[in-house]
Design a protein around this ligand. Sequence first.
Ligand SMILES: [Fe+2]
Ligand SMILES: [Fe+2]
Length: 294
Amino acid sequence: MPEAYRRTLIRQISQHAHSEIVGMLPEGNWITRAPSLKRKAALLAKVQDEGGHGLYLYAAAETLGIAREELLELLLAGRQKYSSIFNYPTLTWADIGVIGWLVDGAAIMNQIPLCRCSYGPYARAMIRICKEESFHQRQGFEIMLTLCRGTPAQKAMAQDALNRWWWPVLMMFGPPDQDSQHTDTAMRWKIKRFTNDELRQKFVDATVPQGHFLGLQFPDPELKFDTETGHWAFGPIDWAEFKRVIAGDGPCNRQRMAQRRAAHAAGAWVREAALAYAEKRRARAAATMSVAAE
Ligand SMILES: [Fe+2]
Ligand SMILES: [Fe+2]
């Protein structure tokens, strides 16, 4: 395997894995405040799925010859990134609807093509992840539908969440093609099959009619259907905000990393116990083997 291909995959898969586990934090914030038992059960299952996605992806990265512990250290040291979207706060229950509908929706748009990428362990992990993401997307849309068919206050809450999340979600697809450092090589190596701008456009085209079905307005005065191209045209994205958030200065970067570090420290005893148990089993198996050999 060419070294540059291996390094690119490690960077991409680990960034993806980190996004799954950091993404648990903004939603975990609402588990204790979900409005009903049904909503709580669905949200718990979703957040747990995201932890599982992290697990499959760290395992896929390990096939490239890097240990999961090392990747987690890089994340905690701030030397590897996670998706910029998880640096925004979840202020109301409607944010949980918008995250499922739009954030998981954008993730699906990005990830479906990865099910056929050139690296087998990553592609196979993505197949299962995409099935679960589509459940996440539908539960989010259903929360939005309930709010939009509810009281005027509930509808206003849904609209406010869309207003705050729409632009950061469009940024999830990464910088525009002319500024993207990694796109060309990743396309040549068949890790990526569509460019950032192509995926962003596909997402906008799929999502705008859903928002209109909900009776919501998108916070973009330039959004309009272009009959010539058959696509929804949208206004300029604030890339300065994107750069600021990526560089660590988003609304929640410090809080997310602090929570992640605290969770890592609180889980140390579990990792130590699992290692001690594995060691004991190994020693017991070795002893049985040597008795059998005598
Ligand atoms: Fe996920
Ligand atoms: Fe998800």
